[in-house]
Design a protein around this ligand. Structure first.
Ligand SMILES: [Ca+2]
Ligand SMILES: [Ca+2]
Length: 84
């Protein structure tokens, strides 16, 4: 799955689980776990971790390792099919 597609999916399931106003890796992991549920997830925690890391690297402009709202909006603007 391409990163853009993945971010699209995350955007639809977005949630700031610890309510600190930014999306960090733990938030993304929680989101990913909710997206995939138990359907085909067995022993792929490392993969979830890698995907979360990729998402942060994709979206994090200023390089503080978390995704602020502004950065998230920027990602959505770069993902045209999200707006359709
Ligand atoms: Ca958070
Ligand atoms: Ca950031």
């Amino acid at each position: 799955m391409k990163n853009e597609k993945l971010i699209h999916v995350i955007a639809q399931n977005i949630s700031d689980f610890d309510e600190d106003g930014v999306l960090d890796k733990d938030d993304l992991i929680s989101i990913l776990e909710r997206i995939v549920g138990n359907e085909y997830f067995d022993g792929v925690e490392q993969e979830i971790n890698d995907i979360a890391q990729d998402c942060i690297e994709e979206a994090d402009i200023e390089g503080d390792k978390v995704i602020q709202f502004e950065e998230f909006v920027n990602v959505l603007q770069k993902t045209p099919d999200f707006l359709e």
